[in-house]
Design a protein around this ligand. Sequence first.
Ligand code: COA
Length: 174
Amino acid sequence: MTTVRPMTKADIDAVYTVEAQSFRSPWSKHSLLGELKNKVAHYAVMELDGDVIGYCGMWVLFDEAHITNIAILPAHRGNGYGKQLLHASMRVAASFGAEMMTLEVRETNTVAQRMYGEMDFSEQGFRKRYYTDTGEGAKLMWNRNIVKTVENNTCLAETYLLESEAFKKGEREA
Ligand SMILES: CC(C)(COP(=O)(O)OP(=O)(O)OC[C@H]1O[C@@H](n2cnc3c(N)ncnc32)[C@H](O)[C@@H]1OP(=O)(O)O)[C@@H](O)C(=O)NCCC(=O)NCCS
């Protein structure tokens, strides 16, 4: 079973590995470290057998959660972990007061778009040439009721362990 817990300083190298293997323009370790000091940022790592295999970052501002990044190591994709991590992140976001969740996704990233669609996100805007590395546009996707999605997918919660108390305590600097 996978575990979802807060990202700490000790995870930065592992999270950067996920980032570098997942994105054309990865965030630097410095940027990831900076997020640990950002009061509105909540970053979760997913572990399998003690190894970090994915992570999800978000900013929660009032009733809105904005996903900054979500990725699973290539070797572990297609096993349902991405959906578990998104479900867990919605639970964390809701625990900090979010009701809605939003994100930008590359127009060509059909795998991620499909995952978001299955978790009740829909396209509600488009930003042309948003990604400067390829000139691709970004689809803006929203889920306006994350609690409903969490509840409609309770079976997912049985497939991973969420260390929810650790998120509430802000255990991120360890
Ligand atoms: C997007 C990502 C996080 C999904 O992680 P994952 O662990 O492979 O996803 P899951 O196995 O939970 O699959 C979730 C859904 O994604 C879709 N999906 C996954 N793999 C797919 C594939 N090869 N082809 C088409 N759809 C696919 C399916 O809808 C799937 O749900 P289903 O299997 O119940 O039908 C992963 O592909 C990734 O890290 N990609 C690179 C980083 C990225 O693009 N992040 C999103 C930035 S906006």
